[in-house]
Design a protein around this ligand. Structure first.
Ligand code: 13P
Length: 348
């Protein structure tokens, strides 16, 4: 394992004032989002949409890395230049989602395990030889009166650790993503305590598996009330609760932490990221890691809606992505204001 190289790639991904664009939705997920907007669900439509995202002007001002799915990793711009090459030309690091998705966990109603370890070493070697420098694996945990079970926690954490060790062997920085889902009516505090348990289990297995923590990035949910929770919670409260949870369970040597958006609206995700960074990062940093974004839905939702499968809408959709990136970049500095939602990109 080349520790120095892994560490420097992780630091490059976590460079100040940049985040990650997650565009690694599986084919079924991408198709479901297309279907909801009446967009044709074909290979070429998915390719066109991903070309739109990747070729957005000046993306590298706010994005250090892009997470691709297997399909788009092998796709190209209409003129034949590969997406991976386009990202490299734009000084953006290419990453690849390598899990094979979640499946029902036998014997544990309502819980999921993430699959994908079969043949993973060979796939990672192949992706690395084609230009990928990091990878991603997501596990999910559902919250209920009896979940997540210890069996679900251990099984997913062990697979995340095996994946991370294989990535590092192949020279790829693993993004380890254990997501506690927002679905439900639970409180923010309940989400925080489950997230704490998840982190405790995941870092235990990473330790057992001898994963090099300085060459790994954690991708995690914020501590949020459930999507059906009765009471609203302020961005400041979410920031305090989220960071307290992380401080209790994430080793200080980690190069960085990136938040997923997990079903928050784009504005909510930005506002909460802003509260987190305003309170804990920057000049008065009281956390040991950079705290950035690795959003999928919170970046892509308005872009996809604006595009709607029409080539005439590409420029407008790219401007919307640029605008969301600027808002999130301001949030990384703790300087985002809600009125920036109406500010034109060139006025930032
Ligand atoms: P969301 O930001 O939509 O939660 O997606 C993040 C992600 O990469 C899921 O694996």
């Amino acid at each position: 394992m080349n520790e120095q190289r892994l560490h420097s790639t992780a630091l490059e991904l976590m460079v100040a004032q940049k985040g990650l664009l997650a565009m690694d939705e599986s084919i079924p997920t991408c198709d479901a989002r297309f279907k909801a907007l009446g967009i044709e669900q074909t290979v070429d439509m998915r390719r066109s949409y991903r070309e739109l995202l990747i070729t957005t002007p000046d993306m590298n001002a706010a994005i250090s890395g892009v997470i691709l799915c297997a399909e788009s990793f092998n796709q190209s711009r209409r003129d034949g230049k590969s997406f991976v090459q386009l990202l490299s030309d734009a000084n953006i690091i290419a990453g690849i989602k390598v899990d094979a998705g979640t499946k029902d966990m036998a014997g544990f109603h309502g819980e999921k395990v993430t699959l994908g370890l079969d043949g993973l070493r060979e796939r990672l070697q192949s992706y690395a030889s084609k230009g990928a420098r990091f990878a991603k694996w997501r596990a999910v945990f559902t919250m209920g009166p009896f979940t997540p079970s210890q069996a679900c926690l251990d099984s997913n954490a062990q697979q995340l650790a095996l994946y991370a060790a294989l990535c590092q062997e192949c020279g790829l920085v693993p993004i380890v993503e254990p997501e506690t889902l927002m679905t439900g009516s639970h409180t923010m505090q309940k989400c925080a305590s489950v997230t704490e348990l998840v982190l405790e289990t995941v870092f235990h297995h990473l330790y057992l598996q001898r994963v090099f923590l300085e060459g790994l990035i954690l991708k995690i949910n914020m501590a949020l009330p459930g999507s059906e929770a009765a009471l609203p919670t302020s961005a400041d409260d979410i920031a305090v609760c989220t960071v307290k949870t992380l401080l209790r369970r994430v080793p200080a040597c980690l190069p960085g932490i990136a938040f997923l958006s997990g079903g928050q609206t784009p504005e909510q995700a930005t506002q909460r990221l802003n509260a987190i960074n305003k309170t804990y990062s920057g000049h008065n940093a009281s956390v040991p890691w950079p705290l950035t974004f690795s959003f999928s839905r919170a970046l892509q939702q308005p872009v996809l809606a604006a595009w709607s499968g029409e080539s005439d809408n590409v420029i407008t959709a790219q401007q919307i992505l640029e605008h969301r990136l600027r808002c999130n970049q301001m949030a990384l500095r703790g300087e985002y204001l809600p009125q920036m939602e109406d500010t034109a990109v060139h006025e930032f």
